[in-house]
Design a binder for this molecule. Sequence first.
Ligand code: GDP
Ligand code: MN
Length: 377
Amino acid sequence: MDLYEHQARQLFAEHGIAVPRAEVVESAGAAERAALRLGGRVVVKAQVKTGGRGKAGGVKLAADAAAAALTARQILGMDIKGHLVRKVMLAEPVDIQDEFYVGYVLDRAAGAFLAIASAEGGMEIEEVAASRPEAVARIPVDPEEGVTEGVAQRIAEAAGLPPEAAPVLIRLWRVLIREDALLVEVNPLVRTTDGRILALDGKVTLDDNARFRQSRWGAEADDPHGDPLEADAAARGLNYVKLDGEVGIIGNGAGLVMSTLDVVAGCGARPANFLDIGGGASSGVMADGLSVILSDPDVKSVLVNVFGGITACDAVADGIVQALESVRLTKPLVVRLDGNNAARGRAILDARAHPLVQQVPTMDGAAHRAAQLAHAA
Ligand code: GDP
Ligand code: MN
């Protein structure tokens, strides 16, 4: 889960990284009052979970409180790369002398964390890395040792950052480790004309596996930052991924779902999405899953491929029947049930006898049928 900028900066401040004073508001009126408290002149910043807000017109300087109200009115409701702006942050403006980039990210391939730092901050780091790779230092961090003073100095030196940036590197590492983050970045970290080092913008991605410890972020951490159906599925605890084909796919277990995608592709169709209902799925999960898949307008046919292990096929069939009560089925549904309680599951679906539901006993056969139906639609 990604945090908003204002949440990231709250973490930075808690760990001793200096940030400009700021307030978050949801209306122009509140923006005006907040600007007054902050001294009148403020930077108005869209709170959306995407970068490049500056370029998109979502970061603007306002000369006084009245201008802050107007600017907030402009930015609130804006669409930035598909993200609706519901809140703006007003921050005390600072006079920037230099902009740096510092961050840590989990490097899965190396099984370690990577410090990324550059004296060319402000722009998106991917752009700097693409055009001037030598300007970006990438230094592995031993998770046991962490970022000690020595390590921080080495990172700062490698990136050409001033020595005053080293304490920020140490504190940012603490944010990563103590707050269950997979990624933390400050862009820009600035040196002001009066010599202060401040974090002006931040991004923090928390580890979803630590969600149970991170309830303080509440529902905001779950705000959609991608496909709305993916967000809906995540809210229901389902693993759903949107793709760009026409066959909706539901399966149990990552391995089976992946092979189902391949088999469907082998039949000349393209998966529209896939949803893993997992092992031990209840009928409620199946019903939820089906309603998510059916809300995808790209779906022309749906393939349910379940091999009953811990998940019993009769529970899956019950879930399908239950889903048919709440969702109006408008697209053909091909079901392949095999394994634990398959015969009972098939009997349940036969008894329901829905005109758009058909059963095919094998995976290949079911995939062919689903592909055919998608093409015919
Ligand atoms: P992003 O575009 O989403 O990464 O948003 P940022 O918060 O990084 O803002 C983009 C740019 O606006 C920064 O790189 C700064 O150059 C500029 N900016 C942000 N806050 C201030 C500020 O307080 N003073 C000044 N002078 N510039 C700022
Ligand atoms: Mn930024």
